[in-house]
Design a protein around this ligand. Structure first.
Ligand code: FE
Length: 299
């Protein structure tokens, strides 16, 4: 999924200095809501990361939530577009999406499945709804690659719903572990330098748990159903709210009336980010090269 192609503005974000590692429970450092946006050929979505209030959260460049039972919100899909220099992670909660790329790869993303695409040096692909009515719901996360991996060969990890293990780390809590490890259960994604944790957590009414997190890794919680509390002290998060967590070695999650949320964490790269639309590199020269290569048909 991507913005329309335009010449890149020459802007490079500089990395923040690393903070001292922190022990103990995390709190909510910032929380906010996503912004209504339109992308691809006119798909309506909510941009949660990659919007003015939360431009990025190293190594996460973008988080979109899509969710509608109105076909006009999704039917146009995401026709052919390129990517270079990062990974896109699509997690379908409902609906079906057909994926095709210029290397002849094709796949159907069904409800509960994950596509972890490492764009690397470049692909051109389309992501189109395989339905004309009904609910289409899910997330697309953009995860940055370190400089050393930006020009790696493109790779797909297509993960079927039944290949995602479920942990039950506390009473009334079930967790689909997509990437990383929780409650002794390891997710199927073979992840790279950012060491991502990506889990989908269901809290029954009254349930709570403490999730261990790696100190120094950036982490966020996004509530997509019901309402939850995150951090110590607990901060209320209603549906549609993202919480960026402070540093620490765990996070407490709880819900009075039940909730579903995603918890995502990753090791910050602390490298310069030169980003425009579907290309995310380290320097403006590399960004220009990406445009030149794409226009020359080298993807
Ligand atoms: Fe895409």
């Amino acid at each position: 999924m991507t913005d329309a192609l335009q010449p890149p503005p020459l802007r490079v974000a500089r990395p923040a200095a690393p903070a001292a590692s922190a022990e103990g429970p995390r709190r909510v450092a910032w929380s906010g809501r996503g912004m209504a946006a339109s992308d691809g050929a006119g798909v309506k979505l909510t941009r949660v990361i990659g919007q003015p209030a939360l431009a990025d959260l190293d190594p996460f460049l973008m988080l979109d939530e899509f969710g509608s039972d109105d076909p006009t919100a999704y039917i146009a899909g995401f026709p052919d577009h390129p990517h270079r220099g990062f990974e896109t992670v699509t997690y379908m909660l409902a609906g079906r999406m057909r994926h095709r790329d210029n290397k002849g790869n094709e796949g159907l993303l069904t409800a509960g499945s994950v596509q972890w695409m490492t764009a690397g040096r470049g692909i051109v692909h389309s992501e189109m709804p395989e339905q004309e009515e009904g609910l289409m719901q899910g997330f697309q996360l953009w995860l940055n690659l370190p400089a050393k991996d930006k020009m790696t060969a493109p790779r797909y990890q297509d993960i079927a719903p039944e290949a995602i293990p479920v942990a039950q780390p506390a009473p009334g809590v079930s967790v689909k572990v997509i990437a990383g490890e929780l409650g002794g259960v390891r997710g199927p994604v073979e992840a790279g330098a950012t060491e991502p944790l990506y889990v989908d957590i269901r809290l029954e009414p009254g349930a709570s748990l403490d999730v261990p997190l790696t100190s120094g890794h950036n982490a966020f919680v996004y509530v997509y159903e019901g309402a939850a509390e995150a951090g110590e002290p607990g901060q209320a998060l209603e549906r549609g709210r993202i919480a960026v967590l402070s540093d620490g070695t765990s996070v407490r999650l709880a819900s009075k009336d039940g909730a579903r949320l995603i918890l995502v964490a990753g090791k910050p790269l602390r490298e310069p980010v030169a980003k425009y639309g579907p290309f995310v590199m380290n320097t403006t020269d590399e960004l220009r090269q990406a445009f030149a290569d794409y226009q020359a048909g080298l993807f």
